[in-house]
Write a protein that binds this ligand. Structure first.
Ligand code: GLN
Length: 269
């Protein structure tokens, strides 16, 4: 890497917390350890050509999907994912990058796929159940990452051996066929971050208890990386160059995850 190298990160800027992501990426430029970073608000397909990596922010996954459809961005982003270029979905972005999502409106949600997981929309409860929790994230060091969870999706299952998933696209279940692999060549899943049971918050006063869904349907193989305890809640997963986090790292001052993603981009350049 030459010292002048610039990484351009596109942030899909149709709806949601894109501005905060852009600020976090730009703030990396004050740190000497990272390369020069440019963050670009992406609204049109041709802007993707300028990008080395792409973020789908948190917000409302249905609204983002609709905006992508209207802006002719669905197919270009599919092609982006298929080509193995780095992509990171946070919260609503995680839902869009999941292979299967439950809890959506009937037929109401287009998924991009990219990561072989099944997520439940709003699985941690409603807005009043929003919370912060220390996320164990070994790739970022020993210090837990403060995860901000706002109507966040829950990872209900890892689907590394999914092959072709045939779930009817009705009853609030949406499935992306983008990851269908005839020859079993999907990259392995890597569990990157989780909330240990003792770090899970109790419900705020007056609010209903969050609905915690332990990820018990964990396959034995081929999942890379350290294994959290079975009662831990998985909140960050990587598969090849696709990264998903159920929380909002752009809403904290901790830029370790943004730096991690810039490094993912650098490795592909
Ligand atoms: N619950 C939202 C959805 O379904 C995601 C919330 C968020 O991104 N903070 O899209």
């Amino acid at each position: 890497m030459s010292s002048e190298q610039t990484v351009t990160v596109g942030v899909l800027a149709l709806q949601g917390a894109f501005h905060e992501h852009i600020q976090r990426f730009m703030s990396l430029n004050a740190l000497s350890a990272t390369p020069s970073v440019r963050a670009l608000a992406v609204r049109r397909p041709e802007q993707l050509e300028q990008c080395d990596a792409l973020v789908i922010p948190g917000g409302e996954s249905t609204a983002i999907a609709l905006g992508m459809r209207r802006g002719d961005l669905v197919e270009p982003v599919h092609a982006w994912i298929a080509s193995g270029r780095p992509i990171w979905g946070t919260c609503a972005g995680m839902i869009l990058l999941a292979r299967v999502a439950t809890g959506g409106k009937r037929g109401g949600q287009e998924l991009l796929g990219g990561v072989d997981i099944q997520v439940g929309r709003n699985g941690f409860g409603s807005q009043v159940n929003s919370f912060e929790a220390g996320v164990t994230f070994p790739a970022l060091g020993a210090e837990p990452f403060t995860g901000v969870f706002i109507r966040a999706p829950v990872v209900d299952a890892l689907l590394p051996d999914a092959g072709t998933v045939s779930v009817p696209q009705e009853g609030g279940i949406n499935v992306s066929s983008a990851n269908d692999s005839q020859d079993g060549t999907r990259p392995p899943l890597e569990i990157l971050g989780w909330i240990d049971e003792d770090a899970m918050p109790s419900a705020p006063a007056g609010a209903a208890a969050p609905v915690w869904t332990a990820n018990h349907s964990r396959p034995a193989t081929p999942v890379l990386g350290p294994r959290p305890a079975l009662d831990a809640q998985i909140v960050a997963v990587r598969q090849g160059n696709a990264l998903v986090t159920s929380f909002h790292p752009e809403l904290t001052g901790d830029t370790r995850l943004h730096a991690y993603f810039v490094n993912m981009a650098l490795e592909t350049m």
